[in-house]
Design a protein around this ligand. Structure first.
Ligand code: SF4
Length: 723
């Protein structure tokens, strides 16, 4: 019986995920026919294309024009008007440059130039905005896909899979996944779900396959449903569409499933399987099976389009161990996805795997995606790499352990380690202790400083709003990070702050009173909802404050950081460190050089519209966008906000893609910009304007406007635009 494995959207686009490659290798090692498809990266390629974006822009423009033809807009129309406007402003740039930007990710000269790197990211960001507008109110970014349908409700998920207007995956699956599955003719379809953002796409595909190929056994696996084991009965509705769910590790379970379906079909004999029996009860097959990691083959990426990932070089994911040797952090449930304890693969096999993967994937850069690599493992791996003489580069996740001393860090650097990812979580000792992180901040500081000395880059994860955390304690996290000598300004520093998410099966979820938490009753409809309970806290920041505090924390750190891996997250900073070593050219701020423009220089300036600048007329006022960057124009654009919005007519926006800044400009501003053809000086432009609009103040007002346009980067010196 043949097996078809799919990794569905939505996941990061920078490197492949390991689940399907691990299962594929295992089934093949047992002589089974299996193919795998990374539908996630193929989906990105599908939407990040000139053809798709052209159609998207034209459709959004049409809808926008229909709204502009109206005299008034209802609240819902205002909402759409705003979304369409924000999507259309950078749309031409996205359409024109998307294909080139994809190619530029592979071009070292572009990828390793931060100005170019950020530009590529902006093009893709604008493209995803257009996609979101097309499927409004669904949204799509590089890290999240949301829709009006909550993934936590099976009822809503089943509605989402039928909604062609708002489900952006249906067309893609019909064109690029379903035909391949049909052509292969599998007996089993496996869908890997590790993130809640994959639930709607995965069940969309499952529903389509169920209708088209009703005899195919559909099995779902991955971390998300393993955590649902706290209440498996809540999964019952899913079995209307799928046949089974594999929890914990999937290799032996999937092989046994294949064997059973080839034979007697006794699902009760397949380890780690959840299924619905004839009486409608959800059955959980125990005891759970855990793999001996040395018995497993190396993963294979055969069948994945390795050249499509958004990265100059493929960063190969690899596991040197399974499980977390610490396993105590109160907010965490990741370690629960491996029940069999901390298991390290023997070093000889690790070295063999790395050699094989490097050869097969054409890259020598690895991300050891272990939950936490212990100091002993780091010593073992770096020692073996040095002995082998192989030139590999790598990063991994680690904990702030005292044993991580300078000598070990230097050995790791010599072996190719260029970056470590740490869950710092908090810069306040009381909060850390409550989280049961097991770290002392003085050790943490010493390790972060030693990493700088050893020239190993750092990524820190911070949590905002752990129960009882006060605003002052959250501020202490920022101050701790900023206070480590040279950390944020180092070329290898990246960070991520996220709000605390209360997971049902975490220690906080299991013992809420210990953390001063009162849980709201779970909405009955949210049968698949595992993660974020509504809750209240007895002390500290209330949950509704978290987003604001998060934005403040992000912003305070960001201004000190050299490598801003926005909007595409991933191991790109690692590649920069591999390429340049400890120093690389910082991006040039083309605006800064025009800030101190003297009056004489201003008049002699020959301006032209800068790259990524759009000037467009809108009939209605447009609200300031939610979650926009903190640097907003002095006069933010306001929504009138009443039940009806009246046309104001004839106002233009100037939008600068490079800074994502937009502001309302006057008719004078619009006229001046139209005169900036790259052949006239500012003086000539202002004189021309004065002739056309004679008044006492015309010349002065025009020069002031021109100064603002230049200082904000809307205009640049003729000849300065990118070719
Ligand atoms: S947060 Fe990391 S170190 Fe802590 S228990 Fe989870 S996986 Fe282990």
């Amino acid at each position: 019986m043949k097996t078809y494995l799919v990794f569905p959207p939505h996941w990061t686009a920078t490197e492949p995920y390991l689940s399907c490659p691990t299962l594929t290798a295992f089934l093949r090692a047992h002589d089974r026919d299996v193919v795998q498809q990374d539908a996630n990266i193929e989906f990105y390629r599908y939407v990040l294309s000139e053809d798709f974006l052209t159609r998207a822009r034209d459709e959004v423009q049409e809808r926008f024009d229909r709204l502009e033809a109206k005299e008034t807009l209802t609240l819902d129309e205002q909402d759409r008007y705003q979304v369409y406007t924000q999507a259309l402003l950078p749309a031409d740039n996205a359409v024109a440059n998307v294909e080139q930007s994809l190619a530029d990710y592979k071009n070292p000269e572009k990828f390793y130039d931060l100005n170019e790197y950020y530009r590529m990211g902006r093009v893709h960001f604008a493209a995803l905005k257009l996609l979101s507008a097309l499927y409004h109110p669904s949204t799509f970014t590089f890290s999240e896909a949301t829709s009006r349908y909550r993934f936590g409700s099976s009822l809503e998920v089943f509605h989402a899979v039928e909604d062609r207007n708002e489900n952006m995956y249906i067309d893609f699956f019909e064109a690029h996944v379903l035909p391949k599955i049909e052509a292969y003719g599998p007996g089993i379809l496996g869908l890997s779900i590790s993130s809640p953002h994959q639930i709607i796409p995965a069940f969309t595909l499952a529903t389509m396959v169920r209708r088209k190929l009703p005899d195919v056994h559909i099995v779902v696996g991955g971390g998300y449903y393993t955590r649902m084991l706290v209440s498996p009965d809540r999964l019952a509705a899913l079995f209307d569409v799928i046949d089974s769910i594999v929890v914990y590790e999937g290799e032996t379970a999937l092989l046994r499933l294949v064997e059973e379906l080839e034979g007697e079909g006794r699902l009760d004999r397949v380890p780690n399987l959840l299924w619905r029996d004839d009486d409608g009860a959800v059955r959980v097959n125990k005891p759970f099976h855990h793999e001996r990691v040395d018995d497993l083959p190396a993963p294979t990426f055969d069948g994945f389009p390795l050249d499509l990932y958004l990265s100059q070089k493929l960063v190969i994911p690899y596991l040197t161990s399974r499980g977390c040797y610490w396993g105590k952090c109160a907010f965490c449930t990741s370690f629960e996805t491996y029940k069999g304890g901390y298991r390290q693969r023997s070093i000889d096999l690790v070295m063999k795997d790395l050699e094989q993967l490097s050869r097969e994937c054409g890259s020598n850069v690895f991300f050891f995606v272990d939950q936490a690599t212990s100091p002993a493992s780091l010593r073992r791996i770096s020692g073996a790499l040095l002995d082998s003489g192989a030139e590999y580069f790598w990063q991994t996740e680690a904990r702030f352990e005292r044993k991580l001393d300078l000598a070990l860090l230097e050995q790791m650097h010599r072996s190719g380690c260029r970056k470590l990812l740490f869950g710092l979580e908090s810069g306040h000792q009381r909060v850390l202790d409550l989280m049961e992180k097991g770290n002392r901040l003085e050790d943490t500081r010493r390790i972060l400083e030693d990493c700088q000395r050893a020239k190993i880059g750092i990524h820190v994860f911070l949590i905002c709003g752990f129960p009882t955390e006060t605003e002052e304690e959250a501020d202490a996290s920022v101050e701790f990070v900023l206070g480590v000598d040279g950390l944020t300004a180092s070329p290898g520093f990246t960070y991520h702050v996220h709000t605390f998410g209360l997971e049902t099966d975490s220690r906080v979820g299991m013992n809420p009173e210990r953390y001063g938490v009162t849980l709201h009753p779970m909405e009955e409809e949210l049968d698949q909802f595992l993660h974020y309970h509504g809750y209240e806290v007895a002390q500290g920041m209330a949950p509704e404050m978290h987003e604001r505090k998060l934005a403040e924390m992000q912003g305070r750190i960001l201004q000190h950081v050299v490598f801003k891996d926005y909007p595409v997250h991933g191991p790109h900073n690692l590649l920069y460190l591999v390429h340049y070593g400890w120093k690389y050219p910082e991006p040039q701020d083309n605006v800064a050089q025009w800030k101190d423009l003297s009056y004489e220089n201003l008049l002699a300036f020959v301006p032209v519209l800068a790259d990524e600048v759009t000037v467009k007329e809108f009939k209605f006022f447009v609200p300031e966008e939610d979650g926009a960057p903190t640097q907003r124009p002095e006069q933010p654009i306001k929504l009138i906000g009443d039940r009806k919005l009246i046309q104001v007519g004839g106002h233009s926006y100037c939008y600068i893609g490079r800074t994502e800044r937009s502001w309302l400009i006057s008719q004078r501003g619009r006229a001046l910009l139209d005169l900036c053809d790259g052949n006239r000086t500012v003086e000539q432009i202002c004189l021309r304007y004065e002739q056309q609009h004679p008044s006492k103040m015309a010349f002065l007002q025009a020069t002031n406007d021109m100064r603002v346009f230049i200082q904000r980067g809307a205009l640049t010196k003729a000849g300065n635009q990118a070719s």
